[in-house]
Design a protein around this ligand. Structure first.
Ligand code: TYM
Length: 317
């Protein structure tokens, strides 16, 4: 049986958090190791450029995310790991799609509406974000895109754009991708109960030190009055099964401090091996750059082939 194609990505805009991990990155590793997919995992640095407009910061955050990928278990022998900006077909295809996509359609995007609500002066890159993301996905004949719930609409946009292109140019150049979102982890809550997000300042970093874990857990907002602090429990069940948690929560009704202490232990025990692997990898940044360069070569080969087919379909080649 031929393998299905899988692509996903993360933006290097700051510290990866356990929302990224349980919502998406853990699935990257599980799907890679299932052996059923040809996997492509991208560092979406051109998407990050909407926010990160500082040379050193961009370099650092990109390396950090590459380290994260490797530390969680993404394996360059099994998956193509690459940086978006290394494969120019992404931006070139995005332009071709720009000529098909209408402004009212992009104005319906949740991310655009949120950005606009915060700041009227948003840049064109933020507005066009879903178009570049459609190019990311469609260049690799992608069947599945593992993501968290907040990216669902973006995958729908990629499908719509593929369909529109195929229809307008009477071709079957693009495959229609599907999202892969696991219900239980579609939206991981942060320490305030809202979706965990860098922009809400409510994260638990994925590679947090014991002190950082303690600080974050101690600031989990607890709603006094109930036996079980909902925000603590919601995070706790990422690390232990509900059956494992039951005796702990039964024995500690209303004792929020004891429950938080137990959560700190469980997060720390879970993160420790990954943290150690990451620290080791961080000693050889050259190796990491080499992995990305090799991944870029492999990605480029696939993407350039699709771009050529696209250029033929539109009549410029
Ligand atoms: P990004 O960098 O914001 O997030 C990376 C992944 O983490 C998931 N995620 C969450 N899942 C559950 N609960 C949360 N609280 C949570 N926070 C983040 C996101 O859903 C995502 O899957 N646009 C993408 C990057 C991207 C991409 C792509 C993804 C660019 N091109 C092509 C897939 C395919 C983004 O901003 O993810």
């Amino acid at each position: 049986m031929s393998k299905k194609n899988l692509l996903s990505g993360v933006k290097p805009t700051g510290t990866a958090h356990i929302g990224n991990y349980f919502g998406a990155m853990k699935q990257f590793v599980d799907l890679q190791n299932s052996g059923n997919y040809q996997c492509h995992f991208m560092i979406a640095d051109y998407h990050a450029l909407n926010l990160i407009q500082d040379k050193e910061q961009m370099k650092n955050l990109t390396l950090e995310l590459a380290l994260d990928y490797l530390a969680i278990g993404l394996d360059p022998k099994k998956s193509v790991l690459f940086k978006q900006s290394d494969v120019s077909a992404h931006t070139e295809l995005a332009w071709i799609f720009d000529t098909l996509v209408t402004m009212p359609y992009l104005m319906r995007a949740h991310a655009f509406k949120d950005a606009e609500a915060k700041d009227k002066e948003i840049n064109v890159g933020t507005f066009n974000y879903p178009v570049l993301m459609a190019a990311d996905i469609l260049l690799y004949n992608t069947d599945v895109v593992p993501v968290g719930q907040d990216q669902k609409q973006h995958v729908e946009y990629a499908r719509d754009i593929a369909q529109k292109f195929n229809h307008v140019f009477k071709t079957e150049t693009f495959k229609l991708p599907e999202d892969l979102i696991l219900k239980d982890v579609a939206v991981i809550p942060g320490i305030d109960g809202r979706k965990m997000s860098k922009s809400y300042n409510n994260i638990i970093p994925l590679f947090a030190s014991r002190e950082e874990i303690t600080k974050a857990v101690m600031s989990i907002v607890t709603d006094s009055g109930s036996d079980i602090p909902a925000n603590v429990y919601a995070i706790h069940k990422l690390f232990k099964t509900e059956a494992e948690l039951k005796p702990l929560y039964d024995a500690n009704k209303g004792r929020y401090k004891a429950l938080k202490d137990a959560l700190i232990e469980d997060i720390d025990a879970f993160i420790q091996p990954m943290r150690e692997r990451r620290a080791k990898l961080a000693q050889s940044p050259k190796k990491v750059h080499k992995i990305l360069a090799k991944g870029a070569k492999m990605a480029k080969k696939i993407a350039d082939e699709k771009l050529t087919a696209t250029k033929q379909a539109i009549g410029v080649l």
